[in-house]
Design a protein around this ligand. Structure first.
Ligand SMILES: [Zn+2]
Length: 115
């Protein structure tokens, strides 16, 4: 893994040829955690680059959410913040897209929430 300033608004990318994850060096801690988890998913699947197709990006977001958020923490935050995405994201130290992705994951597999 490497960190350097990335051009064009990229927060992170995975280079399959080099098997290397590069993160933008200006990210906040929360961004860094989330972007790294997203890129790890790309690395696992040897996805070509990033932002290439929607299905791949969705899979990376959902897998990242699974790495970052436990179902129990999610259920707690959802109850406390009454489903408010921004409040939940702040509580769980993730970016709002990770909350949305976790919801999608629950939608695909509702048994996850049963503890
Ligand atoms: Zn991506």
């Amino acid at each position: 893994m490497a960190e350097q300033p990335l051009p064009g608004g990229y927060e992170g990318l995975y280079a399959p040829g080099l098997d290397l994850i590069v993160l933008d060096s200006r990210l906040t801690d929360v961004q860094r955690r989330c972007v790294l988890a997203h890129e790890i998913s790309h690395a696992r699947h040897h996805d070509a680059g990033c932002r290439c197709d929607r299905w791949t990006e969705r899979r990376a977001d959902i897998e990242a959410a699974a790495m970052l958020i436990s179902p129990l923490e999610f259920a707690y935050a959802e109850a406390v913040y009454e489903g408010n995405t921004l409040g939940m994201a702040r509580e769980l130290n993730v970016l709002p897209w990770a909350i949305e992705a976790f919801r999608e994951r629950l939608h695909d597999n509702p048994s996850l929430i049963v503890q």
